[in-house]
Each structure stands twice: as structure tokens, then as C-alpha cells.
Design a protein around this ligand. Structure first.
Ligand code: GCU
Length: 677
């Protein structure tokens, strides 16, 4: 989106080519995504190539079409007399981009698809690629949403980039400039909807003033094809409506929600829908009235259905007052226990939104078994761009390689290929709805996430939601060129440190599936292996003087392994066949247990991995320093400051975790490093 000028040699090359000299957009409605596409193309070509192109809507006056960029939908293309295209080859939001010398054609099924096509073209020329192309690109899944966890007061839960761009003092802010810029950012990575408020929702978002405010947000985002949805507080009929009940089967409650929904659609005709966190971490829900989670979801589904809206119902439902002394207690079991028996009961416009792993955005988790257990239900995967457990954007962690371990994972339902990405796309179980939700939490920080490099995660999130088969490193390299320019050494360095970052972070914060050994009770930042246990939250390690790990076997433990389809259940049940990286997720073993791959003991692996991870983090600093002068000074210093912090903090992590287990087990480090500081 910077539309930075191409370097001279590429500009010269471009000037020797026949390039489009005008833009024709087949829709003259102000603020339509097609219009936005026209404006972006004009601004982009101006920035990248220094050429100013006129945008016209009237094809009769358009200059020679053979040297124009033509932007429209299948419908406007044919009504303008260009002929008919095979409409059935386009999915909603999909686009066709054809570059044929100086003639560029961008056609889509709906308006936002054309905007995506325009951004695709701009991405190519911004990277110096002027080659011909004939590309039909359709999204893998219809739901490509982001979630913000913004509170009406203006704070953001798990946000690390300043206060909210949406809310302040209980109201929607007046100046929505940043909101429309955010919509532009989201559209550029093909995100089509946003839930603007925290899942721990404040009911007063639904008062009259705030519904009007939401209308203004939707108006600001509509030109970019980004639809707006909201999180609900399940007790709103009581808390806001004064009904003294929020029983989902009570007729007064049903009427209340139906009226509220109608009121929202009156102001926002293209409202996307609701996100619901119920009966989780103190949030109200239907269980209070002995109603099921499906009763709750369907209540909203019925209210939304006449308007075309959908319910994203979160599977993140669990009891956070578990008894740590109970060997069989396991938070990881909760989702399947709650939802499996409800499979088939959810209405068609309900989507169950499932965090990628069974616990909570940890540095390493197995894929949530819920994906395999509700074949008659629409599902979406919830990923986290905001680095709640991954160093709060003070650490560089490029997350797509982690996401890929889940998306590409084969759950072997009925012993057939069942990749998570095929399940959420709706392909595996033949569902119409499904897709992706990413928790982003941008704030008022000028660079959105508080860190320039963290933006690669948002970029790749949108791209993977569109096509999850894309390569993490290639996405990163496109992002780097678009963000920092085309210098090959910059691209190589950012690539090298980013691709090493997740493994390094796992190494210095908690490996072998023990989870991120962080402060679990408050900040989720910095090392605190001691407070993972002996609390009700259930992110336990069960570490004592001689042993560590959660026994999740069926034979002797919590039974979690048995929630997977047979082939995987058998693999995880045995310590012999469980992959090392998940050993302590599934098994409780002695510190002297030997790993399959390396033959090292668990404790020695801890020591070695924490030293290796911290060592890798040190190299990020020198690698980046070598780019001085190749990245503008402001961003160079900003990134350097954070990488230095990360390098130091990685050592803090290493020493805290190694020291803790050294004290606990009394087992010396073979290399003699631990306990000698
Ligand atoms: C985590 C996070 C909370 C959040 C919750 C959720 O537990 O720490 O802040 O509310 O997830 O996803 O609902």
C-alpha cells in the first residue's frame, strides 16, 4: 500500500514497455468498491511509476481500450457490451486478472472481488513485475474475517499497539479516518469482514447512540468491501433491555433479539453478523437456564437469517475453575465435550469458530480435535495475529509456519484425508459456509500493530485465508518487497530471521509441547514456569521433582488423545509414536526420558533448546544491523530497538526456564552452563 517509486532501473525498463494509459471503471456510484479500485489503481501507478492516469466511468469517452485498465463485474462487463463471461467460474469475491501488454482487465463476480484484483495488479507492478498474466483467483473459503478485542472505553484486550481506533469513553469515536485506512489495509489482503468489539462484550454497544456509531463505522469500511459485525453479550436482554431474563427460549428474549437485529439492519443493510462467546471465562450463556449452546446460537441465527447475516459461535467454552489436583481434569477436553453432541443441531447460518489448538494460542499445540468431531456443522478456524503468547510484538515471531502445522494437518476422519484447511473450507464435509477468523487488535499506533515486522503476520493471514496452500516464505518475501523495497539483501535478511523466529521462540519459551511457559495469571508476557500449575486455568505442566507433562492418554490420563480419529488417537496414546514436539502435551514422563529423534533426555533437551533459541535471537540483531542504510532510518531504528530487546529477553527466558527446572530436578546440564551464573 506504500506505492513506493520503483528503483530507476526498473522505471526505465517500465518506460520501454507498452503500459496502460487510462483506467475505466464500470460503476460510477460514489464509494463503491469498483470506484475504490479505480482510485487505488490511479494512486498506485502514480506512486510506483510516476504516471498519472485518468479514471473514467463512461466507456464511450474512454481512450483506446487496448491500452486501458478495465475494472468491472461480470454483470457490468456484459451490460457494457464487452461480451459475456462464464459467470459460474467465479466464486463470490473471486476475480479474473488479465494483463496482455498494455491492456489490463479486472473482472469479478461481486464488487469487492474487483478491488482485490486491482490490489493484485498493484502488488505485481510494485514488485517490478510487468509480465502478462491470465489469472482466475477464487477464495478457498467464504469467511475471511478479522476480530478486534476492543473495549468501548478504548482499551484493547491483548492489544499491544495503543488504544482503540474504534471506541473511546463508551462511544464510537467521531473521526473515523483510521477506520477507513484499516478497511483499506484489510481489503488489500482480501479480508471481507470485521468484528469490531471484544468477545467479552459490553451490552451498551447495542444502545441507540452506538448503533448509529456502528453505522458510521460500516459506512467508512464499505468502500473497501469490508462488512461489519459485532460481538454480543449474551445477557443483553437483561442487562440492557431490563427483561430480568436472558433465557434463549423465552419469547420476550427472542423478541428482544429479533428487534435489535432488525434495528441494526435498518442502519447497516450489509451487516455481517454476530460473534458469540458464551459460558466461557465468566461470560453469561445459555447453560444458566439449562439450555444448550445450540439453542443459543440458533436464537441469533433465526434473527439474522432474513437479513442474510451469520453467527460465529465460539467453541472456546471451558471451566476455568478446574481442580489441579485432579489427574483426570483437562481443559483441552472441553470443546469436544460441549460440542460433539450438538453436531447437526446448528442452523445453516451458524459457524462454530474453533481456536487452532485445544488450549489457547500456545507456541505449539496439536490441531483441535473438534475439527474432526462435528462433520454436520459449519466451522471456522480462529488464529491470532496479536502476539498474546508470542512476545507481544516485542519479539519478532513470524507465525504462518505455526499456522501451517495446523492447516496442513491431516485428521484422518474415517481414515480418509481430512486436512484442517479442507474442513474449514467446507470441502471435506460438504458445507457451504466456513473459513477463517484472525484476532488482530490493531491500535492507534502509526504502524498498526506496534511493530513494523509484525505486519507480515497480518499480510500472510489474509493471503492464507484466501489460499492456504501458499508458501509461508514466498508470502513473506512479497510482503518484504512491498514493505521495505526490492533490495535483495533486505529481502534475504528479513526472510532469514523471520523464518527462524517461530522455532527460536519455541526453543527459548517452552518446547516438547509443554506450552509457552509464561505468566499465565496476568500478563502472558515473560517467563514464569512456576505459575502454570496449581491454579484453575488448566494450562498445566504437572511438573514435580522427577517428572513433567500432561498425561492425556486414554489408558492412564485425561483421555484427550481419544478425541482424535482412530489413527491419530493410537499415535498419541503411545509415548513411542507421539512426535517429540508434542511429547509433553500428551505424556507425563521422567526428566530422564529419552527423545526419539535425538536420544537426549528431556531435561537436557530443555537446556540445549533454550540455549539454542536464545542464541538464534542474538543473530537477529547483527543480521538486521547489516541493513543499515538500506532501510529508511526511522523504520530501521524501530526494528533494531525491538530486536535488541528480544535478544536480551530471550536470555532472560533461557535462564529463568533452565534455572527453574534445574532447581526442581537437581539434574545438572551436561554442558555445564545452567546454575553457574
Ligand atoms: C484468552 C485471552 C483472553 C480472551 C480469551 C478468549 O484466554 O487471554 O483475554 O478473552 O482468550 O479468546 O476469549
Amino acid at each position: 500500500l506504500r506505492y513506493a517509486p520503483l528503483p530507476d532501473n526498473l522505471r526505465q525498463h517500465a518506460s520501454s514497455l507498452a503500459l496502460p494509459s487510462a483506467i475505466v471503471t464500470l460503476n460510477s456510484t460514489e464509494a463503491s468498491p469498483i470506484q475504490t479500485a479505480g482510485k487505488e489503481l490511479a494512486a498506485g501507478i502514480q506512486g510506483v511509476l510516476g504516471r498519472s492516469l485518468q479514471v473514467s466511468h463512461d466507456i464511450a469517452t474512454a481512450s483506446d481500450l487496448s491500452s486501458s485498465i478495465l475494472v468491472g463485474t461480470v454483470a457490468t462487463y456484459s451490460s457494457a457490451g464487452y461480451g459475456s463471461l462464464n459467470a459460474s467460474s467465479f466464486a463470490a469475491d473471486g476475480f479474473w486478472l488479465r494483463v496482455n501488454g498494455s491492456s489490463v482487465t479486472i473482472i469479478s463476480q461481486n464488487e469487492r472481488g474487483a478491488l482485490y484484483g486491482a490490489f493484485e495488479y498493484l502488488s505485481r507492478i510494485s514488485q517490478g513485475d510487468f509480465s502478462d498474466v491470465d489469472l482466475l483467483s477464487n477464495p478457498d473459503a467464504p469467511i475471511r474475517w478479522v476480530n478486534q478485542w476492543d473495549n468501548l472505553e478504548g482499551t484493547i484486550e491483548r492489544g499491544y499497539a495503543g488504544p482503540s481506533i474504534f471506541f473511546s469513553n463508551g462511544l464510537i469515536v467521531q473521526d473515523l479516518t483510521r477506520v477507513s485506512q484499516y478497511a483499506r489495509l484489510l481489503a488489500s489482503v482480501r479480508v471481507n469482514a470485521i468484528v469490531v468489539n471484544n468477545v467479552n462484550a459490553n451490552p451498551s454497544l447495542l444502545n441507540e447512540t452506538n448503533i448509529e456509531g456502528l453505522g458510521r463505522i460500516a459506512d467508512a469500511m464499505r468502500p473497501y468491501g469490508v462488512q461489519v459485525g459485532i460481538s454480543l453479550n449474551f445477557a443483553s436482554p437483561d442487562l440492557l433491555g431490563g427483561l430480568k431474563t436472558f433465557d434463549p427460549l423465552e419469547s420476550s428474549v427472542i423478541t428482544w433479539w429479533t428487534d435489535k437485529t432488525d434495528e441494526l439492519y435498518k442502519r447497516i443493510p450489509d451487516f455481517a453478523g454476530y460473534l458469540v462467546k458464551a459460558n466461557s471465562e465468566g461470560q453469561p450463556g445459555p447453560l444458566t437456564y439449562n439450555r444448550t449452546l445450540a439453542d443459543a446460537a440458533n436464537l441469533f441465527a433465526r434473527a439474522l437469517q432474513p437479513h442474510g447475516g451469520i453467527v460465529m459461535f465460539r467453541a472456546f467454552v471451558y471451566d476455568h475453575h478446574l481442580d489441579p489436583a485432579n489427574w483426570k481434569a483437562d481443559r483441552a477436553n472441553a470443546a469436544v465435550e460441549f460440542f460433539k453432541e450438538l453436531d447437526g443441531q446448528f442452523l445453516d447460518n451458524v459457524v462454530v469458530q474453533i481456536k487452532y489448538g485445544p488450549i489457547d494460542f500456545q507456541v505449539r499445540e496439536p490441531a483441535s480435535p473438534l475439527f474432526a468431531n462435528i462433520p454436520n456443522t459449519n466451522t471456522a478456524i480462529e488464529l491470532q495475529i496479536t502476539q498474546e503468547y508470542l512476545g507481544h510484538q516485542d519479539h519478532l515471531v513470524y507465525i504462518p509456519p505455526l499456522w501451517k502445522t495446523i492447516l496442513d494437518f491431516d485428521l484422518r476422519v474415517d481414515s480418509k484425508p481430512s486436512l484442517v484447511r479442507d474442513i474449514v473450507a467446507g470441502r471435506r464435509f460438504n458445507k457451504k459456509l466456513g473459513g477463517y477468523a484472525g484476532v488482530v487488535n490493531v491500535g492507534t499506533s502509526i504502524n498498526w500493530l506496534g511493530s513494523h515486522t509484525a505486519m507480515s503476520n497480518l499480510y500472510a493471514y489474509g493471503q492464507l485465508a484466501w489460499d492456504p496452500t501458499q508458501d509461508s516464505q514466498e508470502l513473506l518475501q512479497d510482503w518484504t518487497r512491498l514493505t521495505f523495497g526490492l533490495d535483495q539483501s533486505v529481502v534475504e535478511t528479513v526472510s532469514k530471521i523471520s523464518m527462524a523466529s517461530w522455532a527460536a521462540y519455541e526453543n527459548y519459551t517452552g518446547n516438547l509441547g509443554i506450552q509457552t511457559l509464561t505468566d499465565i495469571l496476568y500478563t502472558h508476557f515473560g517467563p514464569n514456569p512456576a505459575n502454570m500449575d496449581n491454579n484453575g486455568w488448566g494450562q498445566w505442566t504437572h511438573a514435580d521433582r522427577t517428572t513433567i507433562g500432561m498425561d492425556r492418554t486414554v489408558s492412564n490420563g485425561t483421555g484427550f488423545a481419544g478425541q482424535y480419529p482412530a489413527e491419530l488417537a493410537a499415535m498419541y496414546e503411545s509415548v513411542e509414536t507421539t512426535p517429540d514436539e508434542l511429547l509433553l502435551w500428551f505424556h507425563h514422563v521422567s526428566y530422564t526420558h529419552r527423545l526419539r529423534a535425538s536420544g537426549k533426555t528431556v531435561i537436557q533437551h530443555f537446556y540445549d533448546a533454550h540455549y539454542a533459541g536464545a542464541e538464534t535471537a542474538q543473530t537477529f540483531v547483527s543480521a538486521w544491523e547489516a541493513l543499515r542504510g538500506k532501510v529508511d532510518a526511522e523504520r530501521f531504528e524501530h526494528v533494531l530497538f525491538r530486536l535488541k530487546f528480544q535478544a536480551g529477553h530471550a536470555i532472560v527466558w533461557r535462564d529463568a526456564v533452565c534455572g527453574f527446572y534445574h532447581n526442581l530436578s537437581g539434574i545438572p546440564d551436561e554442558a555445564g552452563r545452567v546454575g553457574h551464573h
